[in-house]
Design a protein around this ligand. Structure first.
Ligand code: RB5
Length: 146
């Protein structure tokens, strides 16, 4: 995945350190990622970042988003308020794969206080490289929008 405008990432203060490591990881592989903030460890409110990232993904300015907070939970609750967003909190590689195959998740939420750096990188790699299965899941995805 090397195209521009495919991926946006955001975090709150709790996710800032892990976000920085993930951005470096992408840079090492010449993968573009737009950093929506936060840009330091000063305390901030995750709904603001989640809303910005989710709106840009919903508007198709970016194909997928990654959101990191302490648990991933607040970010996912906030992102899922935006129509068209299917945000999944993921802490293991199987869920990373299934959230793409069955749920066509367009935002991945990770908890920096739950998941270590190495596992977070594995989760992201799997999540970004797994496609939506479609078929019977297509109808179910569309039901989420009703
Ligand atoms: C911040 O302390 C923490 O509440 C936040 O990062 C997140 O885990 C919320 O769900």
């Amino acid at each position: 995945m090397t195209n521009a405008n495919k991926l946006i990432i955001g975090s709150d203060h709790a996710g800032f350190e892990l976000k920085s490591k993930i951005i470096s990881y992408f840079a090492e592989r010449n993968t573009n990622v737009y950093d929506a903030g936060t840009y330091n460890t000063d305390s901030c409110d995750y709904p603001i970042i989640a809303k910005e990232v989710a709106k840009k993904v919903a508007a198709k300015q970016f194909e997928k988003g990654i959101l990191i907070c302490g648990t991933g939970i607040g970010m996912s609750i906030a992102a899922n308020k935006i129509k068209g967003i299917r945000a999944a909190v993921v802490s293991d590689t199987c869920s990373a794969k299934m959230s793409r195959m069955h749920n066509n998740a367009n935002i991945l939420c990770i908890g920096s206080r739950i998941v270590g750096e190495a596992l977070a990188k594995d989760i992201i790699d799997i999540w970004l490289s797994t496609g939506f299965e479609g078929g019977r899941h297509e109808k179910r995805i569309s039901m989420l929008e009703d």
